[in-house]
Design a protein around this ligand. Structure first.
Ligand code: NAD
Length: 286
């Protein structure tokens, strides 16, 4: 078998086009374009690339977007004060504080300070809790983007066995909740998991979010499985590599996501969907 490619770039482009049309419709109805503020603290090179991609995507769909760049020595108190100002601003629908933050700032405290209905990353405990309770509003972007990719396969997810490798708050855990909500039977593996390869061998759907280049090997993967590679690893030669040994795994899998061009663009496209939803919720409240 040679896997079909789940082309995140093309699917994300379709989503951007849908969002752009909805922005046009909002404006035609006399409403503002959604407004996103991205806050970047310090000069982490990867964060700078992510923020640039998000800004570019916002411009493409006609959002109002603002980038606030703060120095690396910004105090926690200063960032909390800024968030309070953004929470209060009526022209701001979505607030995204790019992670990671410098060591002097407590990331959880910052996340919890954002008004939940403006939390377009979906990381606030209120949004996570809603996902736990199967009443999602703003959903973490990467796992939601993965669900959009899975929908594009046309495969009925109900009753499928899914294995997630990685249990982080931003990928593995919300991914568990998304797949459970889609009525998969889900196993979450992590660094202490025993017999990992055997667990992966039983899976119809594999989601790899480990942060180790080419971690998932071909003989771990069941023939025909859907393999979603969330990993983004920068190699010494500057190239990007996922958490799956893509060429080898593609010979067994039914579907596979490339890196780059798989999950990454879906994360940004889902952020746009979340910001549009936040703007709609904002309008309904005012
Ligand atoms: P993380 O470091 O927070 O979590 C990694 C997880 O992998 C942990 O839960 C850990 O227990 C598990 N793990 C580590 N070694 C393992 C092993 N030997 N066996 C089994 N499990 C093991 O990372 P994260 O933030 O969840 O990100 C994971 C990867 O996804 C990274 O490469 C990151 O760059 C990428 N990422 C991509 C996107 C995107 O938009 N495509 C978004 C977020 C993260």
């Amino acid at each position: 078998m040679t896997a079909q490619i789940l082309d995140g770039r093309a699917i994300a482009a379709d989503i951007r086009e849908q969002v752009r049309r909805q922005v046009d419709a909002r404006r035609a109805a006399g409403q503002d374009a959604p407004g996103l503020v991205v806050v970047l603290v310090g000069e982490n090179p990867a964060s700078q690339v992510y923020v640039r991609n998000k800004q570019k995507a916002c411009q493409q769909v006609g959002f109002r977007s603002e980038l606030l760049q703060l120095p690396a020595d910004t105090s926690q108190a200063r960032l909390l004060q800024l968030i309070e100002q953004l929470n209060a601003r009526d022209d701001v629908d979505g607030i995204l504080v790019q992670l990671p933050l410098p060591a002097q700032i407590n990331e959880d405290l910052i996340t919890e300070h954002i008004t939940p209905t403006k939390d377009v990353d979906g990381f606030h405990p209120w949004n996570m809790g809603r996902l736990v309770l199967r009443q999602p509003l703003l959903r973490p972007c990467t796992p939601k983007g993965v669900m959009t990719l899975l929908a594009c396969t046309g495969i009925d997810l109900v009753g499928k066995d899914a294995v997630i490798i990685g249990q982080s708050n931003i990928v593995g855990r919300p991914m568990l909740l998304e797949l459970l909500m889609a009525r998969c039977t889900v196993t979450v593996c992590h660094s202490k998991t025993q017999h990992l390869a055997d667990k992966v061998r039983g899976a119809d759907i594999v989601v790899a979010a480990v942060g180790v280049p080419r971690f998932v090997e071909a003989d771990w993967v069941k023939s025909g499985a859907v393999v979603i590679d969330v990993g983004i690893n920068r190699m010494q030669d500057g190239s990007l590599c996922g958490d799956v040994d893509t060429d080898a795994v593609a010979a067994r899998a039914g579907w596979i996501t490339p890196v780059p061009g798989g999950v990454g663009p879906m994360t940004v496209a889902t952020l746009l969907q979340n910001t549009l939803l936040a703007a709609d919720m904002h309008d309904r409240r005012s």
